[in-house]
Design a binder for this molecule. Structure first.
Ligand code: GAL
Length: 560
């Protein structure tokens, strides 16, 4: 059985949620588009060749997949941006410094391809690299190693002349000038890319790969978080990490499930960076492609939709399995992914078997997903208060997004989820208090803040996530973090503890917290940051320390 969550606070409207000091993702998370036109107000959708064809790409394959997007009906459902990835050009620029299309692969050239796609009602995406060479060592847009002129402006103009709508700007082989940090070099490069795109005169969505070049494990390091902090100033979406496992024609049956879970794993904690015009990108959808079962394909679509992730297929569209095609074409799931509020869902409860995600939606509904990591079917039971719906006189209308069936739920959402599958419901509350973010608070090492009482009354430590009640927090409108009715408070020696909540801050200071966009939980009176103990000292208690610069032990993911 999945863990129960119990919330005790009155709830808020979706709109009011954004006003909260503790709201983990303020509205739109400061979207800043490359152009004056707001771009990608909902997560981009489409197709890219990489995870299926890699460098074995040509015009016929791109056209065939574009045609298949149309004939399957996926294009009409929103999968509209067709992106040609690495290896489309020749190994050197021409005498004028322009990129040269490999006409053995693309005999009609790129302007023709753009026209072809546009005539089908599709958009045209292309791959380049902000470094000196692409990952496959074709000419990049960036300055050569050792320094010199870059080609950002020239390449952006060339793309504009081909009527490109979307640029995937990778970050291989980026030159780091002496005396500059790698992070600063990437920041300068991507700023220059964005400026070039803006000045090209054509609106082009920028998919930036910068963060992926700083990833260190699932929780990441300081630089990774620094890059995540600025990448949305210019990019509409960004890759944060590892590639999804590519198709291997020599071993097509090789499972790719662990890659889906791995990419989901690092993306699930980053919701605070997402909002309209700013999307975390855990890489391509390979649902319906070799290497995933029907259940696993459904899970990828469901998890990506809960996380407001780009829906970019990377497969042979004409060969998608029927179950995969059904999952990818499920209009209820697409609507969830594309919800106009653009709030990324959060993991509110997890243990070794289940993960429960919640996503607040524009119309006040709450989506809830249950991932069953185990290989066998399990009964699930998610009490409404577990997902922040309390004091319901009636309950909620629950729409099963896979089947479209609806039913009234009063106490708990129940059902069965197959092994490796993910159930998703859209709940429309009836007669409940306004929803309040409820669930686990996750920190360094993807461990959970736990009020287990094992090291003293009121002690708060870090522990493996269990979904148990001692990890079930509520994020109050009053800036309080509560567990079992008690407040996260600053005690002696700046050790934090659970204590009676006070209505009078002067009597009990140190109970007001704000969650910053960089993930820090800042205590109001001291201005200091909640800090997790070192992984090597798991029994140590959480404490306040001076706020550092993107310290991983001061980065927290909160429920929504
Ligand atoms: C990787 C990128 C892949 C693909 C590849 C092309 O860095 O993550 O999605 O674009 O480069 O060489």
């Amino acid at each position: 059985m999945p863990p129960r969550l119990r919330a005790t606070l009155p709830c808020l409207t979706a709109a009011a949620l954004f006003a909260l000091a503790l709201s983990p993702a303020p509205v739109a998370a400061e979207p800043r588009a490359t152009s004056d036109t707001p771009l990608a107000l909902t997560p981009p959708m489409g197709w890219n060749n990489w995870a299926h064809y890699m460098c074995d790409i040509d015009e016929a394959k791109v056209v065939a997949n574009a045609d298949a997007l149309v004939s399957t009906g996926l294009a009409a459902k929103g999968y509209d941006t067709v992106t040609v990835d690495d290896c489309w050009m020749t190994r050197s620029r021409d005498a004028q410094g322009a990129l040269v299309v490999d006409t053995a692969k693309f005999p009609h050239g790129m302007a023709w391809l753009g026209e072809y796609l546009h005539a089908k009602g599709l958009k045209f995406g292309i791959y380049q690299d902000a470094g000196s060479l692409t990952c496959e060592k074709y000419p990049g847009s960036g300055a050569p190693q050792g320094g010199g002129e870059n080609h950002y402006a020239q390449d952006a103009r060339q793309f504009a002349s081909w009527e490109v709508d979307y640029v995937k700007m990778d970050g291989c082989n980026l030159w780091i000038p002496e005396g500059m940090t790698k992070e600063q070099a990437y920041r300068d490069a991507y700023n220059a890319v964005a400026k070039a795109l803006r000045e090209s005169g054509r609106d082009m969505v920028l998919s930036a790969s910068a963060p992926a070049y700083f990833q260190q494990g699932e929780w990441g390091g300081s630089d990774w978080h620094r890059v995540l902090g600025w990448v949305g100033e210019t990019g509409q979406l960004w890759r944060e990490g590892k590639d999804i496992k590519v198709y291997n024609p020599a071993a097509p049956a090789t499972s790719r499930w662990s890659a889906v879970l791995g990419n989901y794993g690092y993306n699930r904690w980053l919701g605070r960076y997402a909002g309209p015009g700013n999307w975390n990108d855990p890489d391509f959808l390979i649902a319906g492609a070799p290497g995933l079962t029907a259940a696993e394909s459904r899970s990828q679509v469901a998890l990506w939709a809960m996380m407001a992730s780009p829906f970019i297929l990377s497969s042979d569209v004409s060969k998608l399995t029927p179950a995969g095609l059904t999952a990818l074409g499920n209009t209820r799931m697409i609507r969830l992914d594309q919800d106009p509020m653009g709030r990324q869902g959060a993991v509110v409860s997890s243990n070794a078997t289940f993960e429960i995600l919640v996503r607040p939606l524009a119309n006040g509904d709450r989506a809830v997903a249950v991932l069953n990591r185990s290989a066998t079917a399990r009964d699930i039971n998610v009490p409404l208060d577990e997902i922040g719906l309390t004091d319901c006189t009636v309950g909620a209308d629950a729409e099963d997004l896979w089947s479209g069936t609806r039913r009234e739920v009063s106490g708990a959402l129940t059902g069965k989820v197959a092994g490796h599958d993910t159930g998703v419901w859209r709940l429309t509350p009836h007669g409940c208090a306004e929803a309040v973010p409820t669930g686990q608070i996750v920190g360094d090492g993807a461990r959970c803040a736990d009020g287990a009482n094992t090291t003293g009354v009121g002690a708060v430590v870090m522990a493996a996530c269990t979904g148990a009640p001692d990890q079930r927090w509520t994020v109050g409108k009053d800036a309080r973090l509560r567990l079992a009715g008690e407040c996260l408070s600053v005690g002696e020696d700046r050790v934090v503890e659970l204590a009676d909540c006070s209505n009078r801050p002067q009597e009990q200071p140190g109970q007001s917290w704000s969650h910053r966009r960089d993930g820090a939980l800042v205590e109001e009176v001291s201005g200091m940051c909640l800090t997790a103990p070192a992984a090597a000292a798991p029994a140590e208690r959480l404490r306040l320390t001076d706020c550092g610069d993107h310290r991983v032990d001061q980065t927290w993911a909160l429920p929504v």
